[in-house]
Ligand binder design. Structure first.
Ligand code: NAP
Ligand code: F7E
Length: 412
């Protein structure tokens, strides 16, 4: 039985990858961080009783800042494959804790590579390093002649996160060349899913749109609406991680959709899923989004509610101060209904970054031609999947409120 070790198994990608490897018959080891609260929500459905003699998922406490711990876990597992997905992965937050990000995302990669080498596993263990399109920094002059970033495009990171990940990229490549280790970088462009962290822009949008549609939130505050990203589905991307480690030769690979979209258009698409058309007025920090029209049939099919039903939710609401949301406490009116002309979006400059990556667009030709990668989701399918997930979550909140219960306050 093949053995895999996943750092970051509790994250978006780690959870999908664990599912995939279990399906493929692997013994899967994962590193989780000690936390004062349970932090395994995304993999709880995969949990196996440690007393089960056929257990194929085993979690180990650990941290990428702790070399001794990593070395011991790798020694214990003797993995055929290591997927180094653990990271402080939020670009904006990396400006707040640059040293920590350097330690985890940069040096953490070195700790894994060096542990494999010290343990004499260079010839046994294949290593996947979670590199990122943030390495490119979105500089227009660095795109290839077709207008994309590919495996040969120069790097110019624009955040402490990108700078830390560039160390991870090069140390992986260096260990491959210096010690003939099978170590690869997957240079993955943005990938999202219903399991995406709540403060990344796509999930922030789909959660907010679901709440606005159900009358649980007034509006959402976002940062740079002009930013363009090449968004794919995480399920398609973790399949590629596995394919990368099955390739004959260790190499670096770009994984992307080859299509780029603005944050503003992602907002439009999310509202469309619940039958709401949004129009944008104003410019820069004064830009706002308003409801232009509502397709009642589509709205009702997506939310399972008719618009009038929302009166009772609004009467029972309590505070829920999520990042970028705006609610009044103990509202007793129903003026939060998605009605024509209602303002549902504003720009808040506090979400701007000190240095921004304006545009990302990747060229996945090498992965498609050489590894036969065929993604199953397009952007519309991704938005649909995320919206369906968040409508289902928020409908539970509606039911809780109706029954007189409080809903979770998520402060950020
Ligand atoms: P994510 O949801 O933020 O998950 C990150 C994982 O890393 C979580 O399991 C987290 O644990 C763990 N982690 C954080 N700090 C750690 C530490 N000090 N020691 C050990 N583990 C630690 O990220 P993701 O979206 O799944 O991304 C997976 C990897 O791909 C990351 O390395 C990310 O930088 C990279 N990447 C992501 C994208 C994307 O668009 N998603 C694109 C390119 C590259 P907790 O659950 O305890 O926080
Ligand atoms: O921002 C803009 C923001 O935080 C996307 C990580 O997985 O992908 C991710 O990094 C864009 C940026 O992702 C808000 O300024 C506007 O231009 O969702 P994001 P990211 O920074 O692209 C890469 C490939 C990774 O490797 C990272 O680990 O959206 N934006 N308004 C906003 N972003 C956020 N978070 N919140 C806003 O309100």
């Amino acid at each position: 039985m093949k053995v895999a070790l996943i750092t970051g198994i509790t994250g978006q990608d780690g959870s999908y990858l664990a599912e995939l490897l279990l399906e493929k018959g692997y013994m899967v080891h994962g590193i989780k961080r000690r936390s004062s609260l349970f932090n395994t929500d995304r993999i709880d459905h995969l949990y196996q009783d440690p007393h089960d003699p056929n257990q194929r998922l085993k979690l180990h406490y650990g941290d990428l800042t702790d070399a001794m711990n990593l070395t011991r876990i790798i020694q214990e597992c003797q993995p055929d494959e290591i997927y180094n997905l653990g990271a402080m992965s939020h670009v904006k937050v990396s400006f707040d804790s640059p040293e920590y990000v350097g330690n985890v995302d940069g040096l953490g990669t070195l700790r894994i590579l060096e542990a494999v080498r010290i343990l004499g596993l260079e010839k046994k263990t294949r290593i996947y390093q979670a590199s990122t399109s943030e390495l490119y920094g979105g500089l227009p002059e660095n795109k290839n002649e077709r207008g994309f970033y590919d495996e040969n495009s120069p790097f110019y990171p624009r955040s402490p996160y990108g700078v830390a990940k560039i160390y991870g990229f090069w140390i992986t490549k260096n260990y491959r060349e210096a010690y003939d280790m099978y170590a690869c970088n997957g240079i993955l462009f943005n990938h999202e899913s219903p399991r995406r962290g709540e403060t990344f822009v796509t999930r922030k949008i789909t959660r907010a749109v679901a709440k606005i549609a159900l009358g649980l939130q007034d509006k959402v505050f976002l940062g740079n609406l002009e930013a363009k990203r090449d968004w794919g589905h995480a399920k398609d991307y973790v399949r590629m991680m596995w394919m990368i480690l099955q390739a004959e030769k260790a190499e670096d690979w770009v994984i992307a959709t080859g299509i780029t979209t603005t944050v503003r258009d992602f907002v439009r698409m999310a509202f469309e899923e619940v039958g709401i058309e949004v129009e944008f007025k104003g410019e820069g920090v004064n830009e706002k989004g308003f409801i232009k029209s509502i397709d009642k049939e589509k709205y009702e099919a997506a939310t399972g509610m008719n618009i009038d039903q929302q009166t009772s939710n609004n009467e029972n609401r309590t505070t829920n101060n999520e990042e970028g949301s705006s609610n009044n406490e103990n509202r007793t009116t129903n003026n939060e209904q998605p009605t024509i002309g209602k303002e549902v979006l504003s720009v808040d400059p506090s979400y701007f970054r000190p240095t921004e990556v304006d545009l990302l667009l990747g060229d996945p030709t090498k992965a498609k031609e050489q590894l036969g990668w065929v993604p199953e989701y397009d952007l519309k399918g991704l938005v649909k999947d995320m919206m369906q997930g968040d409508i289902a979550i928020m409908k539970k909140d509606v039911d809780l409120l109706k029954a007189g219960h409080q809903i979770l306050k998520q402060l950020e």
